[in-house]
Design a protein around this ligand. Structure first.
Ligand SMILES: [Zn+2]
Length: 288
């Protein structure tokens, strides 16, 4: 599942490749993604220019002229890629492959005015594409309850202490709570807590200032690192077998059940358990 860094890289790629272009037409090859696609999509966006592209949590917002925004989420398997007139495919992020076999999942094809096609492919169809009014973005039901972006200045010590002080949750659950901080998924929360040497079951009431500082520091650090690496490897994405899964191999705790802790000084073993239905990996020795 694309997490925040992957989505940020998609946003950056799209910014580089489609800003200032207009849509020529849209072809919809499916009746439904997570939600039914507006049947007037073609009519609404044809000849409209792409002004800007933003990301909020794991949502991408493609802002067009005339107060139109395409709100999209990649769900579990959604991917955007571009095909130019020479049929050269280019990926927009590092987390997927483009395979001819998956062509039947090219659900939405946006034709751009530079003879390039922007394709939305989604095998499991949990992603979506919606049309909303740009000026109502903050009131949109997907976006209005989201907490601050983890990379923004708003996600700081003061915010954490104020917002978390009266909650009874454990650390894993608070970081997964999208109204507390937006866009952190299961993999990254596991990694952040391992880097911070904090136990996912620890009650947030028991955190001291040092703990909170570590959480904030490592949250920003790991996200930035992932985005940078994704951004730098994107140059190699011009063919179907570009590098992918680079981060997957670098996880220090996620998926390492029963293996030795990756910290040099620690002889602990990684344990797997379930918190709120999500796999949780932590070192029984150094995460306290
Ligand atoms: Zn350890």
């Amino acid at each position: 599942m694309p997490e925040l860094p992957e989505v940020e890289v998609v946003k950056k790629s799209l910014k580089n490749k489609i800003i200032d272009l207009s849509f020529r037409k849209v072809l919809i090859n499916t009746n439904k993604l997570r939600y039914t696609i507006n049947k007037d999509l073609n009519k609404i966006i044809t000849n409209k220019k792409i002004l800007s592209i933003d990301r909020r949590s794991k949502y991408i917002l493609i802002n067009l002229e005339k107060n139109i925004t395409i709100l999209t989420h990649l769900g579990m398997t959604g991917k955007f890629f571009l095909v130019d007139k020479k049929k050269i495919h280019s990926k927009t992020s590092f987390y997927y492959k483009i395979s001819n076999r998956d062509k039947k999942h090219n659900h939405v094809i946006f034709f751009l005015n530079n003879d390039t096609k922007l394709i939305y492919n989604d095998i499991r169809k949990f992603g979506f594409i919606k049309i909303i009014s740009t000026k109502d973005i903050s009131k949109n039901k997907h976006l209005e309850t989201l907490g601050p972006e983890p990379l923004s200045k708003k996600f700081n010590l003061g915010y954490f202490e104020k917002k978390a002080s009266n909650k009874k949750k454990n650390l894993k659950n608070i970081l997964m709570d999208q109204s507390f901080v937006a866009g952190l998924g299961n993999i990254y929360v596991n990694e952040i807590l391992h880097l911070s040497s904090l136990n996912p079951y620890k009650s947030i009431k028991k955190l001291d200032i040092k703990d909170v500082k570590k959480i904030i520091y490592f949250t920003k650090k790991i996200l930035k690192k992932s985005i940078l690496e994704g951004g730098s490897s994107i140059k190699n994405f011009n063919n179907s077998d570009g590098k992918d899964g680079v981060f997957q191999q670098q996880f220090k705790v996620y998926g390492r059940n029963n293996k030795k802790c990756t910290k040099n000084y620690c002889k602990g073993i990684i344990k797997k358990s379930i918190i709120s239905n999500r796999s949780t990996f932590y070192c029984i020795r150094c995460q306290k």
